[in-house]
Design a protein around this ligand. Structure first.
Ligand code: PEP
Ligand code: MN
Length: 276
């Protein structure tokens, strides 16, 4: 196993498997991720209204999602695109957490916003911030689970080094997320690097999940990639679900409807049974 490492095994002091052979199980609320515990995170790209987040939260929970996602602070490519409902979005997401009884995942884009994340179960570091070391160090000083997304042009080694930034501050609750990388292909929004799942898992004890929504950018491709990710040994999935994808304020093209999501969860569970 160690033969495939490009660098000495001590390179990843905290995240590396060499010094910590057992899988880490990250707990978020009452949900466990890793070490054989598979978790599905689902919800809209952005929190848009009280009704939207409540409706989606209820439906994804009923379909079997263990965690609700929803962006309040968005890191969009264009400053002219919807930037999220920000503080108000956080309030609506926390309200949905309470009303539906489901732990939540949401993205942080600034160290200054950390006090707003007190009741958030999993803090997401987005692809665009994977190497924002001040942000990594700040979440590393908290006791919150952190979902660290791979940057769109970052290697696995760089992703693991970003995990080290968080862990070296004392926070070992890190979940890694493959969300597609930039290649010459333009049909899909990104190219899903599925080999990242086994490649990461042989190097690290941390849970590894896959986001087939941002990886493909197309709702029609999400199911296949979700099934493939489960078959490849991922510890979970993050899938964008919207109650009205055509009118979504962000990422509608890649968002599943609640009923499409329900189908995907059923099939993913079948794949999980087959692979044991
Ligand atoms: C998101 O999860 O909505 C998001 C912005 O993803 P990424 O950081 O992977 O682009
Ligand atoms: Mn999105």
């Amino acid at each position: 196993m160690t033969k495939s490492l490009s660098k000495p095994v001590t390179l990843f002091k905290s995240a590396g498997r060499a010094l910590h052979p057992e899988d880490t199980v990250v707990q978020a609320g009452d949900v466990k991720i890793g070490g054989g515990n598979f978790a599905i995170i689902a919800g809209p790209c952005s929190v848009e209204s009280d009704e939207q987040i409540l409706e989606v939260a209820e439906s994804v929970k009923k379909s079997g999602a263990q965690l609700l996602r929803g962006g309040a602070f968005k890191s969009r490519t264009s400053p002219y695109d919807f930037q999220g409902m920000r503080t108000e979005g956080m309030e609506l997401l926390l309200k949905a957490k309470e009303a539906v009884g489901i732990p939540i995942v949401t993205e942080i884009i600034s160290v200054d916003h950390l006090p707003l994340f007190e009741d958030v179960d999993v803090i997401q570091i987005g692809a665009r911030n994977m190497q924002n070391v001040e942000l990594l160090k700040a979440v590393g000083k908290t006791d919150k689970a952190v979902l660290l997304k791979r940057g769109m042009a970052n290697t696995l080694e760089e992703l693991l080094m970003s995990a080290e930034y968080i862990m070296s501050e004392g926070n070992e609750k890190v979940i890694l997320c493959e969300r597609g990388i930039r290649t010459f292909e333009t049909y899909t929004r990104n190219t899903l690097d599925l080999s990242a799942v086994p490649a990461l898992k042989e190097q690290t004890h941390l849970p590894v999940i896959v986001d087939p929504s941002h990886a493909t950018g197309k709702a029609s491709l999400v199911e296949s990639m979700a099934l493939a990710a489960a078959a490849a040994g991922a510890d979970g999935l993050m899938i964008e679900v919207h109650n009205d994808p055509q009118n979504a304020l962000s990422d509608g093209a890649q968002s599943l409807t609640p009923s499409q999501f329900d189908e995907v969860v059923k099939k993913v569970m079948k794949v999980r049974e087959v692979i044991g």
